[in-house]
Design a protein around this ligand. Structure first.
Ligand SMILES: Nc1ncnc2c1ncn2[C@@H]1O[C@H](COP(=O)(O)OP(=O)(O)OP(=O)(O)O)[C@@H](O)[C@H]1O
Length: 221
């Protein structure tokens, strides 16, 4: 029976590429309403782990439950999760931000007034970018557009890869505040970063080392 109080419940997850084992029998849980960070050195497997968690990469061995359901239920998974990628936005690239937001509003059947999009765009200083193709936007602006998309539907589980990379100081503060607001709403946020001092507000800190995810004592240790 699934534990519905867990936002993430990973059991025995392993993942290899050829001879190279990246994730080794990972057991990892995250309670609902938690904000957590996973740190780890370059190439250690953070992106692969997040991709397995959200069903973007096949799981070789093990079981992954998100919000009490197996990730094999892909409709549930997509409806209730959001992903902010550091560098993968192929399907967004052919849209403008405005088209992308309309797409999100349509598929999630949201009743979001245009004024809310205008407000978020003003807060994140992207008002003048809304009708340009996403592929033509800067690295940080693409991330801001993904953030706005997620804030429109506020997924129960938001997963972000390298969330602070390439963001200016004001946007870093905005992201931190948004994640704290998500926590106040009882929502779960899991992200990776190399900039650990930006993550000093989280509830839980994990480290990916030697293919395993282990709790870390502090943001530095
Ligand atoms: N599709 C793939 N095919 C083969 N190897 C892969 C594939 N995807 C990832 N890897 C390998 O898995 C390992 C972990 O990569 P991953 O991108 O998860 O690292 P990371 O911890 O996110 O690193 P960084 O901090 O540099 O972003 C790397 O050795 C990478 O080369």
């Amino acid at each position: 029976m699934a534990n519905v109080e867990l936002a993430v419940d990973v059991r025995g997850l392993s993942k290899s590429f050829g001879e190279k084992t990246v994730l080794k029998d990972i057991n990892f849980t995250l309670e609902k309403g938690t904000t957590a960070v996973i740190r780890g050195s370059n190439g250690i497997g953070k992106t692969v782990f997040l991709s397995c968690l959200l069903g973007y990469q096949s799981v070789e061995q093990g079981e992954v439950m998100v919000l009490g359901k197996s990730i094999k239920d892909r409709v549930f998974l997509r409806k209730n999760t959001g992903f902010i990628s550091s560098d993968r936005h192929e399907f967004m690239d052919i849209l403008t931000p405005n088209e992308y937001f309309r797409f999100i509003i349509d598929i999630y059947q949201l009743s979001v007034p245009q004024a809310r999009i205008t407000e978020l765009a003003e807060q994140l200083l992207v008002t003048h970018e809304l009708n340009h193709l996403i592929k033509e936007l800067s690295f940080g602006t693409k991330k801001k557009i993904q953030l706005i998309g997620c804030l429109l539907y506020q997924p129960a589980l938001l997963v972000c890869d390298e969330i602070f990379e390439g963001l200016d100081a004001e946007t870093v503060k905005y992201v931190q505040k948004s994640f704290q607001q998500r926590k106040d709403l009882g929502l779960t946020t899991l992200f990776t970063t190399h900039i650990m001092h930006h993550a000093d507000f989280v509830d839980e800190i994990f480290s990916l080392e030697n293919g395993e995810i282990i709790p870390a004592v502090s943001i530095t240790a």
